[in-house]
Design a protein around this ligand. Sequence first.
Ligand code: ADP
Ligand code: MG
Ligand code: MG
Length: 252
Amino acid sequence: QLLFKIDELKASVEGKEILKGINLEIKGGEIHAIMGPNGTGKSTLASAIMGHPKYEVTDGSVTLNGEDVLEMEVDERARAGLFLAMQYPSEITGVTNADFMRSALNARRGEGNDISLIKFIRQMEGKMKDLEMDPQFMHRYLNEGFSGGEKKRNEILQMTMLEPKLCILDEIDSGLDIDALRIVANGVNSMRSPERGFLIITHYQRLLDYITPDFVHVMMQGRVVKSGGPELAQRLEKDGYDWIKEELGIED
Ligand code: ADP
Ligand code: MG
Ligand code: MG
């Protein structure tokens, strides 16, 4: 089972407060979607959870099955089962996709429990096939010269290989054509399990046609201002965000 809890989380970037008290609880088997206008702190929330050094947590708590995430180093968070598929994955020259994946997987598995090379290759080849990725990608430098869609698929590949407890996907749908979107969504849906939760950050309801969330949260100006079910995402697609601003009396 899984219980991931965010309580009154506040975070700043370069001295400016971006997250102003976020509360969120994700249980095993649940998919939560976070939607919201640009610049409201969605990526900041993901980065703060993962421990990105640029984002300073100033208040609140984050726990994974009762363990204090904010106390953990970045690599400990990954080992504990937190995973972020990034909005802008970085390119790393000189490190092949396979090398990167193997060290990430071994780090996740913990000391003295390395996966054998043969097993690793078999597993990676199998998952790449599921994601309809060209086998050549295994030997290419990490994300170098990958198209936007290929980078996103590669993030999902990492996720399926690492089998995290909490999967955070930050705008995984941006830059994906409809076929890639379907493949990525299949990858996510195939990983749904009672031991795993998902936090899916997205701009568009389109992704949620393929991945049905249990809860939809709207984030504005560093806060979750509204929560509901999938119907909330549909309303946002149809009517935008202005009605929420009016409802809550938020000014731009
Ligand atoms: P969203 O993902 O909702 O579009 P972000 O979390 O990326 O929003 O950004 C929220 C705010 O924090 C924006 O005003 C943005 O300019 C600022 N911000 C985020 N990351 C950084 C950073 N690394 N350096 C400076 N400002 C940042
Ligand atoms: Mg953005
Ligand atoms: Mg963002």
